[in-house]
Design a protein around this ligand. Structure first.
Ligand code: RAM
Length: 362
């Protein structure tokens, strides 16, 4: 009798052991599921809350612009470092319609953030408002949207300094006398338009009494259109002494036209250019010097800001700060003319003395 009781106890013990080890059977299945449930919670915590990688989208002005490729490279690196997923998009043409279509798609995909280098200051407002209403964090970078359309703007450099510096440079290059033209990107690009406004403000100073801005032309950040617009400027203004292109696509196109036409002793080119595309023209003297910031860093800073918004470390309000990976120091959100912004730093001057150091970097 006692032996029988012991056997029954042993069988029960083995059954319990089987269940604990996740053996088959309906009851044991329930237990196993609840175990898995608690494992998942631990994974979720490690991933930052919802167990899924955050998806951060970046929308540039258009494809085929090496400056945009560099910004995207920096953005992708930042998102990789953070452990998220980056989605890099741009329309074929630098239009607001193309960007609206892409942003609609990103909203449908329920991404966590959208950073946009805008083709229009106001035109993206309905679609970006829709994104924000659905909880998507929205930023502009490089070329801004109005403050109702985003939470914060990533500004590469002070627009006033850029505009004024470009006029000071061109005036010095033409000995403070003569005609110059501006070759810009699209007529709607908010970054170029703001820099041009500051150029016009600087030109009001007495010292530029003999310097005349004869035309603002638009190459739309397209190589071929920028070439034909340069040719048209040369034809319409035979006394033109300089072209200022505050766009990397425009400055390279204008420099190529002047070089090909062997006009380097008559017309100089300056503005904002990529060292990799401009080294040849800085060396041959067509462009005595030019300026830019590091576009990889602009994209990288944008990636970290997008993450800080998505993780709710910041909301985009003035006075908040965050760190951005390898970029030194704390980035503080400040008030700008319209809304808030995060400033990357100072523009850099490239000339024959330093261009070789930079031409392989960006
Ligand atoms: C072009 C783009 C970009 C601008 C640079 C300087 O590549 O228009 O937005 O910041 O030039």
């Amino acid at each position: 009798m006692k032996k029988n009781w012991m056997w029954q106890l042993l069988v029960v013990f083995f059954l319990v052991l089987l269940v604990a080890c996740g053996g088959d059977g309906e009851t044991s299945g329930d237990d196993a599921n609840s175990d898995n449930g608690s494992d998942n919670t631990e994974e979720e915590n490690a991933d930052g809350g919802d167990g899924e990688q955050k998806r951060h989208a970046f929308v540039f002005k258009n494809t085929g612009n090496p400056y945009g490729d560099k910004m995207m490279e920096g953005f992708e690196t930042a998102i990789e470092e953070i452990g998220g997923e980056s989605i890099l998009r741009a329309p074929d043409q630098p239009t607001v319609e193309g960007q609206i279509q892409i942003i609609e798609e990103l909203i449908a995909q329920q991404v966590d953030s959208i950073s946009v280098t805008a083709n229009d200051y106001d035109g993206l407002q309905p679609v970006l408002t829709k994104a924000m209403n659905q909880g998507i964090k929205v930023l502009s970078a490089d070329s801004s949207v109005n403050s109702d359309s985003r939470m914060v703007h990533i500004n590469q450099a002070d627009p006033e300094a850029i505009g004024r510096t470009l006029v000071q440079a061109v005036s010095e290059m033409i000995d403070n006398e003569g005609q110059f033209a501006i070759l810009s990107a699209t007529s709607q690009a908010s970054n170029q338009n703001l820099w041009i406004e500051w150029m016009q403000t600087e030109l009001e100073n007495e010292e530029y009494a003999d310097v005349e801005l004869v035309e603002v032309a638009y190459g739309d950040d397209l190589r071929d259109k920028s070439v034909s617009e340069t040719e048209a400027l040369l034809q319409s203004h035979p006394d033109l002494k300089a072209i200022v292109a505050p766009t990397t696509v425009g400055i390279a196109a204008a420099s190529k036209v002047i070089t090909d036409k062997e006009l380097q002793d008559e017309v100089v080119v300056t503005g904002l250019g990529l060292p990799s595309e401009m080294a040849e023209y800085i060396t041959n003297g067509v462009s005595p010097w030019m300026y830019l910031w590091n576009p990889i860093d602009v994209g990288y800073l944008t990636g970290y800001a997008a993450n800080a918004l998505a993780e709710e470390e910041i909301t985009g309000d003035e006075g908040q700060s965050f760190e951005a990976g390898d970029l030194e120091g704390q980035f503080v959100i400040t008030e700008s003319e319209d809304g808030t912004e995060i400033l990357l730093g100072e523009p850099f001057r490239f000339d024959p003395d330093n261009i070789d150091e930079w031409k392989d970097v960006y």
